[in-house]
Design a protein around this ligand. Structure first.
Ligand code: DON
Length: 309
């Protein structure tokens, strides 16, 4: 349900977007060449309440690839399907303090440090049901569609671009395979992971996906239970400690909302029990987080007392 005109939450979102619009620092992602073709000025934000009311401001219709914002939701699907103990045999849940593409592996256990960095996320995708990349991706896609509440399309250009330049991710997959924590061949895992990252969403979708974690696993717009309450809680916990990579600690102090960013320019943030927020703006800081998305959430949190603590 879209909120009515004259809606104060929409005005609050618009006012914050106006305040951050002149931030022109940062660069669009270019290590995946197709991402460099995006229109950099786009800026949008949406807030979805746990009652299913959605407030929107700016470029909420603009589609972009979900990239790493998919990671908490795929972790949630893995935990929901396999249980936390089994998932933890494959990935640790500790903040890495390292960039998203770090060569991260605990020597003793062979596990990546957490499921929010690429190494851990590729392992999560490899644990999805099915043998082939197509089967695993179909499970990911169906799961993310239930979080978003509608069908999601793959951006085939971004997928090809990512697949043809993704050797570091392949290296991470081979490393975890050799350590015994990958659940498939490296090729199957990375193909499914590249397709997962190339699914397209908009800021409204991210708000509803985040709100599905905020409710404890029920999509507040479709009323469908997507994951268990435990899976939602554990996922939100991992976002709290690891969602913004090596900025996670600073982020929790400044903004105080569990969140996950992606190099497509999206951020999803959760206020447990209350709402989810999705933001979109393509220029990124050095850590791969959207400059104006971070600024939007920081200002929203400060102005409206959204800090969780
Ligand atoms: O694996 C990659 O490098 C990209 N598909 C996703 C990375 C990403 O979004 C990091 N987030 N800020």
């Amino acid at each position: 349900m879209a909120a009515a005109l004259g809606d104060p939450v929409r005005h609050a979102l618009e006012s914050v977007l106006d305040a951050v619009r002149d931030r022109t620092d940062g660069d669009v992602a270019s290590y995946i060449p197709e991402l460099a073709t995006v229109e950099p000025e786009q800026l949008g934000a949406a807030l979805a309440s746990t009652h299913g009311v959605v407030h929107e401001a700016g470029d909420v219709e603009s589609e972009f690839t979900i990239q790493s914002v998919s990671k908490p939701f795929v972790f949630a699907l893995a935990v929901d399907a396999l249980g936390l103990d089994e998932v933890r045999r494959h990935v640790d849940l500790e903040p890495s303090g390292e960039p998203f593409n770090a060569i991260s592996l605990d020597e003793a256990s062979g596990r990546p440090r957490n499921p929010m960095i690429n190494a851990g996320a590729i392992v999560m995708t490899s644990l999805m049901r099915g043998d082939s990349a197509d089967e695993k991706f179909a499970v990911v896609r169906a799961g993310l569609e239930r979080f978003a509440g509608h069908d999601l399309l793959v951006d085939e250009e971004v997928f090809s671009s990512e697949a043809s330049t993704g050797d570091r991710n392949r290296a991470l997959a081979y490393l975890t395979r050799s350590a015994g924590t990958l659940g498939s061949s490296a090729e199957v895992a990375t193909t499914a992971y590249f397709r997962q990252c190339s699914l397209t969403v908009n800021a409204r979708d991210l708000a509803i996906m985040a709100a599905t974690l905020a409710t404890g696993g029920v999509n507040p717009v479709t009323d469908e239970r997507v994951i268990s309450e435990d899976a939602a809680r554990w996922t939100t916990a991992v976002m709290t400690s690891c969602g913004m990579y090596d900025e996670s600690g600073d982020w929790m102090v400044r903004v105080g909302l569990p969140a996950k960013s992606g190099v497509g320019g999206g951020i999803a943030a959760v206020q447990p029990g209350q709402f989810g927020i999705g933001t979109f703006s393509p220029r990124l800081d050095a850590r791969g987080n959207s400059v104006r998305g971070v600024a939007t959430l920081e200002l929203l949190s400060q102005r409206h007392g959204l800090h969780m603590l």
